[in-house]
Design a protein. Structure first.
Lengths: 699, 404
């Protein structure tokens, strides 16, 4: 047997049991501390430490996703990305020679050598691993750089954005930055869809930077955006606007072509414009999208609100007589005048002549609450929701903020601020039988395989009854037939619309400017089943500034090219056979000089509507008196006499257009073909003079 | 006595489980390093497996061997003397990793005498304190000799240098003295001396100060002095709740130094997450509970103290190692018992557990009779600490037996 202790019995207290317990207790406390620490590290600091772990354990190489296409409605490419070469230097490469590299690179790219060299030498000194030498180099230069075979220089593929049509639809498309990031337009708005998801290759590496494993996340190419834009219509609209810019020397111009039934924008034009291929150096001013950012006082185009409301609310009928009070109305002490003293007109005539008095009287019948309601229903004072950044709401004040006499301004399109797109949408509402379809630019989003992943379903709501809209359309047609916008008459198509001329508010004086105007025309064609709504806004045209003179012809130019292109069947006679334009010109016997005179006198018809107010803060139509502007116009008109053209055999519409172009007031009697005229063909007439034409049906 | 001798099953299971788990973790932690160094990923795990199997066999043998025989004066003296000789012998061998820790044996195996010293010291102290039963308070008769022998061991091991093991020797010694009933004053003084020693070491070897500052803010110099700790914390933290999965750890890819030895717990934390790490700590807790239970039930004071020395030595070392990994204490190289790579450590740990298992085999519900007995004898003394009152007095369980 082994020795067994018999612990010599000295009667001493033995603390062993308790002391063992203390030792165990300490160890258990230690374990608990460890447990707490584990929770702290593995739960509390997990994210942070995992992040550090990844940073040291993994290295990833990014691979760019190819940006999606931007297509027009017919699938034509408006923007596409291609992989091009960019060059990087690796200054840590032993064979890298900063001087040599800088010299040769500068030679090929036409750069300054010394700053590049300084940059490279600095990078070498600070042991940078990676320096951009040149990004997105074009193919020819890239080939030459490859031929140099420089040590420590390598090419990386980077996608570069191309806009094959140059400046076409620049404000719609926008542009991208060097990193293929959308910075404006659809490129910006749809950046997430277009951009796709960058791929990456992740290398797991050990502490000696040796990769032992890798996995790749493939780049997801971007989705493609199909726009509502039709590149042909866009082109035609841009051409027409460019021409108008040249002729009117306006500061800027905007045009929109809208399909009223769908709300699809077929063309959105701003002039001047830019080429998105090199957009980074473009000034802010050029990049601004006037169609949705430019707030202007619409003037007479806005009268459609008062007319719509009055007819919808059964406060007026087109045939009702309305007293234009000989061109003057007093509203709480404010006198608002028409240029022409009209007596009693039908409501339709009042609209055609753009009588301020009539519009205000209708507005007063509607009342400010309802007026405000209609303005909002038409979409004024709120963003249309177009897929572009930077859209403004415009300015529509609540009725409680109106001055007592504000109806005298609001009804005729003052004291309100609208954007061209809002106005286009309002006219589209009338064109679409009273249903407003939110204007939009994106038709659908397609994945990389061309499958639609998202189709736009625009918001729609009814603003007016179909009946009211159908009542309004012929009334608006009368504007082009016998009203202020005869220059908007189309060859082969009926057209309706409204002119607008508004004084701009001078930001310096906060008063209406006497020299700066916004001329606009908004309209649609054909009347019965409108295919397009077109708005043209010219900002600060030099010389003539009346919507009917400068904007209406642009409407006509666009409509006459777009309607046949869209296959819209003509609904009225063609005025002129082939080559008719020349014939017409001859017939009018109009030189460029008397053309000017003609357009100048054409204002005559519009004065009533374009009467601007002098005070922005307390707008009212003031006595124009012998204002400088008008004086000049009359001077021009009286200097140059015209010869009365022969209008016999022509339709009312054609006769009206010829007269409008010459600045003659047409007094039409009967209908059918012209059978008699006064004065006779070849007689001297003055711009602004009223000529009388008899029409009759020969059959 | 018809009682069937039965070792503590929990203790046995915990030990075998920990040892096998250690082999698996050594494989996970060392495979890449082994491949990089030796071209085969089994270099370390192979050796560890051999040592573990040998260690488990040795443990089974030892547990059949009556621990009472260790009480023999010649055995104790021989063990202490042999250990001292071996501890001196290490200085004849070249340094490995800057320390004389190993005695090289033919066949490529290396012996680490400092591991043996832990068991030898525990046996010596248990035996010595048993002999001094009732005189634990004595300074010169009891306390001083214990401190002297401990000090000798500690100095030799510290000289290797292997401060971690030296510290564990000190801890074992203090715990046994404390448990045996040494005067707290002496222990306090000893602790004060130890503290002065540590301060002295820091002053003497300023690089140790770096370890302390690195402990306080490892991130301040993450690439330098804080490197190990930072890598360890990254490993544990990135494991999260459920871990990256067995063998999925990344930090062992040469980021984490000593991933298969001193920092293997970081690999556990990374790969098995909070759940795995807590489970491992809990198993050490189980080991502590059953080990202390076995010690308390030991039939004599020698068994009680030896068992306590073994179990506390192992568990304290484990907790210290884990605390280093979690940066709860300054870095000190010390293996995690059962788990870390290292043959001597594994072998000696398992042999120690073999002794512990034998003690558990012989345990009785009453435990160390001397202890128990004297609890009641002490009743009349004013200084007697409060004793467990819930227990029925046991008077006739211990039967002195003479030498055979």
């Amino acid at each position: 047997m082994p020795e067994r202790s018999n612990a010599k019995t000295k009667n001493r207290p033995d603390a062993s049991r308790q002391r063992v317990s203390i030792v165990v207790l300490l160890l258990v406390l230690w374990m608990i501390a460890i447990g707490v620490r584990l929770v702290h590290l593995q739960v509390g600091q997990h994210e942070q430490l995992s992040d550090r772990a990844r940073r040291q354990q993994q290295q990833s190489a990014k691979s760019n996703a190819l940006r999606g296409l931007i297509l027009d409605r017919n699938g034509h490419e408006l923007a596409r990305s291609l992989d091009v070469d960019s060059f990087v230097a690796e200054p840590t490469d032993e064979k890298f020679d900063a001087r040599e590299t800088a010299k040769k690179f500068a030679a090929v790219l036409g750069l300054d050598e010394s700053p590049l060299r300084a940059r490279l030498e600095e990078a070498r000194k600070s042991k940078r691993k990676f320096v951009w030498l040149a990004r997105q180099v074009d193919a020819e230069q890239a080939r030459r750089i490859h031929e140099l075979k420089l040590a420590g220089v390598r090419a990386v593929k980077e996608p570069k954005r191309y806009y094959p049509n140059g400046a076409l639809a620049a404000h719609v498309l926008g542009y991208v930055g060097t990193d293929d990031e959308g910075l404006a337009g659809i490129e910006l708005y749809q950046n997430a869809s277009l951009g796709g998801e960058a791929g990456k290759t992740v290398f797991d590496k050990d502490a000696r930077h040796k990769a032992f494993n890798s996995f790749e996340v493939e780049a997801q190419p971007g989705q493609s955006i199909v726009l509502t834009i039709d590149q042909n219509i866009q082109y035609q609209a841009e051409r027409a606007v460019a021409e108008a810019m040249e002729q009117t020397r306006a500061k800027s111009a905007t045009a929109l072509v809208l399909e009223p039934r769908t709300g699809e924008i077929l063309a959105l034009v701003n002039a001047p414009t830019f080429d998105p291929n090199g957009a980074r150096k473009i000034s802010e001013e050029l990049r601004k999208n006037q169609a949705l950012q430019n707030i202007y006082e619409p003037g007479s185009t806005f009268k459609i609100v008062a007319y719509s409301a009055a007819i919808e609310e059964k406060l007026a009928r087109p045939t009702d007589m309305i007293d234009c009070q000989m061109g003057s109305i007093n509203l709480l002490g404010r006198t608002i005048r028409d240029t022409h003293a009209y007596g009693t007109l039908t409501v339709t005539e009042a609209l055609a002549k753009s009588s301020n008095v009539a519009a205000i009287k209708l507005g007063l019948r509607v009342g400010k609450e309802r007026m405000y309601d209609y303005m909002r229903r038409f979409g004024f004072g709120e963003r249309t929701g177009i897929e572009l950044k930077g859209e403004t709401r415009g300015i529509v004040r609540k009725p409680e903020n109106w001055h007592p006499s504000s109806m005298g301004s609001v009804a005729i399109g003052q004291e309100v601020g609208v954007t061209p797109i809002q106005m286009a949408a309002a006219f589209a509402t009338i064109a679409n039988d009273g249903v407003r379809v939110a204007p939009h630019l994106v038709r659908e989003v397609r994945d990389a395989n061309g499958q639609a992943v998202q189709r736009t379903a625009p918001e729609t709501h009814r603003v007016l009854s179909a009946e009211t809209a159908r009542t309004l359309r012929p009334m608006l047609e009368s504007v082009t037939v016998s009203g202020t916008a005869k220059l908007a008459q189309l060859d082969g198509y009926t057209a309706a619309g409204k002119t607008g001329t508004a004084q701009k508010i001078d930001p310096a004086t906060r008063a209406y400017s006497k020299t700066k105007y916004v001329a606009s025309f908004a309209g649609f064609a054909p009347i019965e089943n409108p295919a397009v709504v077109i708005i043209v806004v010219l900002d600060e045209p030099a010389g003539s500034y009346y919507g009917g003179t400068v904007a209406a012809p642009v409407f006509r130019a666009i409509a006459e090219s777009v309607l046949p292109y869209l296959g819209v069947a003509p609904d009225t006679e063609f005025k002129t056979p082939a080559g008719g334009q020349d014939e017409l010109a001859l017939e009018m016997n109009a030189t460029q000089a008397n053309r000017d005179a003609a357009s100048a006198t054409a204002h005559h018809a519009q004065y009533s509507s374009q009467e601007p107010a002098a005070q922005a803060m307390l707008p009212q139509v003031v006595e124009r008196g012998a204002g400088g502007v008008r004086e000049v116009v009359y001077a021009a008109a009286t200097e140059r006499a015209l010869l009365m053209p022969d209008v016999r055999g022509r339709s009312v519409r054609e006769a009206a257009r010829i007269c409008a172009q010459l600045g003659l007031e047409l007094e039409a009697h009967g209908d059918g073909r012209a059978i008699g005229q006064s004065p006779a063909a070849g007689a001297r007439v003055e711009a602004g003079q009223t000529v009388s034409v008899e029409f009759g049906r020969s059959d | 006595m018809a009682r069937k001798l039965q070792a503590d099953e929990w203790l046995f299971a915990a030990t075998v489980g920990l040892a096998l788990f250690g082999v698996v973790m050594v494989y996970s932690a060392s495979a890449d390093l082994a491949y990089a160094e030796n071209g085969t990923q089994y270099h370390y795990v192979g050796r560890q497996a051999i040592w573990t199997v040998a260690g488990l066999l040795a443990m089974m043998c030892v547990m059949q061997f009556d621990y009472g025989r260790l009480r023999d004066r010649r055995v104790v003296a021989g063990l202490v003397a042999g250990t001292v000789v071996l501890l001196l012998a290490v200085f004849l061998f070249p340094r490995i990793n800057g320390a004389h820790r190993w005695i090289r044996l033919p066949g490529g195996f290396r012996l680490q005498p400092s591991e043996l010293s832990k068991l030898a010291l525990a046996i010596f102290l248990a035996r010595f304190l048993e002999r001094r039963a009732g005189e634990e308070h004595a300074l010169w008769k009891t306390f001083a000799p214990c401190v002297l022998v401990t000090g000798l061991f500690v100095m030799l091991v510290a000289a290797e240098p292997d401060l971690g093991t030296a510290m564990m020797l000190g801890v074992t010694s203090v715990v046994l003295l404390f448990a045996a009933g040494a005067r707290l004053l002496y222990l306090g003084v000893l602790g004060g001396v130890g503290l002065v020693g540590i301060v002295f070491m820091i002053v003497l070897f300023p690089w140790r100060l770096g370890r302390v500052t690195a402990f306080l803010d490892p991130w301040a110099d993450a690439q330098g002095t804080g490197f190990q700790v930072v890598q360890s914390l990254i490993a544990v933290g990135s494991g999260g709740t459920e871990g990256l999965g067995f063998a999925q750890g990344r930090q062992k890819m040469l980021f984490l130094p000593f991933a298969h030895s001193d920092f293997i717990f970081a690999v556990v934390g990374e790969e098995l997450g909070l759940l795995g790490a807590l489970t491992l700590v809990a198993v050490f807790g189980l080991f502590l509970w059953r080990g202390v239970r076995a010690a308390r039930r030991a039939p004599d004071r020698f068994g009680m103290l030896l068992g306590l020395g073994i179990v506390v030595g192992i568990v304290a070392q484990a907790l210290f190692n884990i605390s280093v990994v979690l940066s709860l204490v300054p870095t000190k190289g010390i293996p995690l018992p059962f788990i870390s790579y290292g043959g001597s450590s594994m072998m000696l740990t398992l042999v120690s557990v073999g002794v512990l298992l034998n003690i558990s085999q012989q345990g009785t519900a009453q435990g160390d009779a001397a202890t128990t007995h004297r609890e009641f004898a002490a009743k009349s003394l004013p200084a007697a600490p409060p004793q467990r009152r819930g227990r029925a007095p046991v008077t006739q369980t211990w039967r002195p037996e003479g030498r055979s």
